[in-house]
Write a protein that binds this ligand. Sequence first.
Ligand code: SF4
Ligand code: SF4
Ligand code: SF4
Length: 351
Amino acid sequence: MDNKLKVFTWELTQRCNLRCSHCGSDCTSSISEKELDKDEALHVANDLCAFEIGKMVFSGGEPLLCPYWRELARIFGGKTELGMVTNGTLVTKDIARELKMYGFSLISVSIDGMEESHDLRREKGNFKVCMNAAANITGAGLKAGVNTTVTKDNIGELPEMFELLRSIGVTSWQIQPAVPSGRMKDHKDRLLTADDIWTLIQFAHDRNSLARSPAIFLAETIGYYSMMETRARQLAYGWDKLPVWRGCPAGTNSMGILSTGDIVGCISLRDRSFKERNVHDLWREGLTVLDYWNSSGAFRWRRGLSPEKLSGKCGKCQYAACCLGGCSNVRFCFSGTVESSNPMCVYSSEF
Ligand code: SF4
Ligand code: SF4
Ligand code: SF4
């Protein structure tokens, strides 16, 4: 298997100045665990320079609350595609100009619906703050993206959102269904069904076919193997060939680090069982992050996953060898194991 690291996501801090009702990471303004300090983070960054990472994303919590984001950006900016996912609260004109100066290409603001439903989920007045942040991002000459977590509460607002995002110059829009992790476990009745996922696919396909901005990017949690979904992705990415989903990239083509220094295949996988090694332990053993990535024991839960291990519909599916059950986080969040079936898969709803 080709285990080339292409995408790295860095949770700079778990601290956040919002307390959204659906937060999958359960972020708050204070945290009990010790996060990496600046010197430790720079050590990780230097370790990562041994990889040829195609894309680096700074995430959180709210990444702009991390006191050393600039120092890290200086290392990666201009060498790899650098992006950030932010709640928008701290993106002033000056910060936007700095983000541009440090070599970021795409800054994605989380917007979860039109004003009323966004503010209900996030914080009163936050919608206007996000609009302002998007204006500051485009004003600084950066590409403005938006990430939207979709539930039954905001799925009906997507067409109106499209027109709004278009009018403020957003070029890329990721839509991702909420999954039952973190605080979203308390709102399971608001989760999308496979039928709702079809609606998302159709929406992205129809809008992307018009070739009008913003391009809609379906998250990896959405799929799999329908012509409409595949075409929607092709249109968004501008690829010549139709893309084929080849399974969850966690630990095979992507990796992340939590603010505490724990290495994970994907920062959405929050359970302790997905924490590989902490960088402090690696360094004590004289190992780098690259040594760990290349070691035989790394990401065993993912690299050792095979179609025979999948149960339920995924275990019987004709695509299982290629798909391996779609998004691992979806399977784990719904059933507590990555070997279970994927309840959000639109293909599985057909048999
Ligand atoms: S969803 Fe994002 S902005 Fe909201 S509390 Fe969590 S990390 Fe903060
Ligand atoms: S049923 Fe499972 S293995 Fe088959 S396409 Fe859906 S997620 Fe993939
Ligand atoms: S767990 Fe899901 S979101 Fe994370 S890398 Fe795998 S497919 Fe992507």
